[in-house]
Design a protein around this ligand. Structure first.
Ligand SMILES: [Zn+2]
Length: 475
């Protein structure tokens, strides 16, 4: 009798342990697809691939399926079909037929306030770009050269002997003007499992900010001299660090993250603009300097792996401080322009650029802003944020602010710099760079120091461009 009771209870316990998959969600990105299993409890999963044809197999121990896999929208993903079966041992087998080679990884997540236990399977596409229209290899090369020259310059300043760098590059003959595009990273906040803030009428931040970001990109792409890309162009999640990494990989000149605020009260409304705070910059500098941090991408990605001896560490600190300070100043100046434009079309929640330690603003070398376009928690503003016309106005304001900054401070190799110089060169204190010129030779022929010449022209490298117009100080 006693034995029978315990047997019955064991059986009940085993049955209660069978996990149920009650929902599956799929998020498709340009370089991966994420499949999420929502489950009634934790589960052991084994994920592996099979070739010819390419498939991914997901085996789940003691699990039942209570979801129709045909409901999954597979469009734009590498998954062409999802099949399921019951394993002999009593578990669930899910087979994903894939139309390209994929590298799977998986992890489980405990329940939170929004979701139950989850199994997340990411299929990465080897060699695929995280953005839809990645930077052209020639553009990337021009940017790398420019970044390397600026870095050499900063290093020489950090070492206390700026003349040293000049001897290397200052004798180099003027190069053809690349007339390059200024590259703007537009970052729609949130995405995928992370909806962001949700308005009283159910509007999701992730959707409206994607709409606005797409309009910002479109405005830049319509403007000669600019090119924009989206860090996220669809409904999928990207980590905060990943967003800044994508901006670095695409050699962005500027990064702007688009969000919509929410607070408990339905009253607050209006736009605000954030740049990185000094505290955020200081802690980020510390993070980059920490030995545990991978240094290989530091300041421009050209031979970033500085050695760890004491002198280099000090140098690295000074170098980072110089870079961070310049980046923050550019961010604040541009933020002021964006606030100015936003104030013309919308109420401002804060009338000057706010500063905070947001992770997406922490690129040491890419000026970055975060724009809170409005309060999705305010019913009136929620409705506006959904309106295409209002979205277009917000996008136009963000675009105008950034363009205004770059028209004032165009990077030397940009089309904007070249266009500006077309209208100059006639004054007695101006000199147009000819083929065969070098910085040292132009300085010598005008009887001025290279330092004075560079200062007068805000040059952050010693490379001259044919057609560039230099102001001759004291001339
Ligand atoms: Zn947000």
């Amino acid at each position: 009798m006693t034995a029978l009771v315990s047997l019955c209870c064991l059986g009940a316990a085993a049955q209660a342990q069978a996990v149920e998959v009650h929902n599956m969600r799929l998020w498709s990105a340009p370089d991966h697809v994420r499949l999420v299993f929502d489950m009634s409890g934790p589960v052991n999963a084994n994920v592996f691939t099979l070739d010819s044809p390419d498939r991914v197999v997901i085996d789940l121990d003691s699990t039942d399926l209570d979801f129709d896999v045909d409901k999954l929208d597979l469009d734009d993903s590498a998954i062409s079909k999802v099949r399921t079966g019951v394993r002999e041992s009593g578990g669930l087998r899910v087979v994903l037929d894939v139309n390209r080679s994929v590298a799977p990884k998986s992890f489980t997540l405990p329940p939170n306030e929004q979701y139950s236990d989850r199994l997340v399977v990411d299929l990465d596409y080897p060699g695929a770009s995280a953005v839809k229209d990645p930077i052209d290899p020639i553009e990337a090369m021009i940017r790398d050269q420019e970044i390397a020259a600026q870095r050499a310059q900063k290093e020489a300043v950090a070492e206390g002997n700026p003349e040293q760098a000049e001897t290397v590059a200052s004798a180099v003959e003027a190069q053809p003007h690349p007339k390059r595009d200024i590259i703007v990273a537009v970052d729609p906040g949130h995405g995928g499992e992370d909806p962001g803030a949700i308005g009283p009428n159910g509007t999701r931040e992730k959707d409206v900010v994607l709409d606005i970001a797409r309009k910002v990109k479109q405005r830049f792409d319509q403007t000669p001299g600019f090119k924009a890309f989206l860090t996220r162009d669809g409904d999928y999640y990207i980590g905060l660090r990943q967003r800044t990494l994508i901006a670095r990989q695409q050699k962005a000149d500027f990064f702007v993250s688009v969000h919509a605020d929410a607070v408990r009260s339905s009253q607050p409304s209006g736009s605000s603009v954030y740049a990185l705070s000094q505290g955020g910059a200081t802690s980020e500098t510390a993070r980059w300097l920490a030995a545990s941090e991978n240094q290989s991408d530091l300041i421009g990605g050209v031979d970033g792996s500085l050695s760890l001896d004491d002198k280099d560490e000090v140098l690295r600190g000074v170098l980072l401080d110089l870079t961070m300070t310049a980046t923050m100043n550019d961010s604040l100046a541009t933020g002021g322009q964006v606030i100015d434009q936003l104030g013309r079309i919308n109420k401002l929640h804060k009338s000057s650029v706010e500063q905070a330690g947001f992770v997406v603003l922490k690129s040491p070398d890419i000026p970055s802003l975060l724009v809170e376009t409005g309060f999705i928690s305010n019913p009136r503003e929620e409705a506006q944020l959904k309106s295409s016309a209002h979205q277009a106005k917000l996008a136009q304001a963000i675009y105008e602010g950034i363009v205004a900054h770059f028209r004032q401070h165009p990077p030397p190799s940009s089309l904007l710099a070249w266009q500006r110089d077309q209208g100059r060169g006639g004054a007695s204190n101006e000199y147009r760079v000819q083929r065969g010129d070098s910085l040292s030779q132009v300085a010598a022929s005008h009887n001025i120091s290279m330092k004075a010449l560079k200062q007068a022209n805000g040059l952050d490298s010693d490379i001259l461009r044919v057609g560039q117009v230099l102001t001759i100080p004291g001339g």
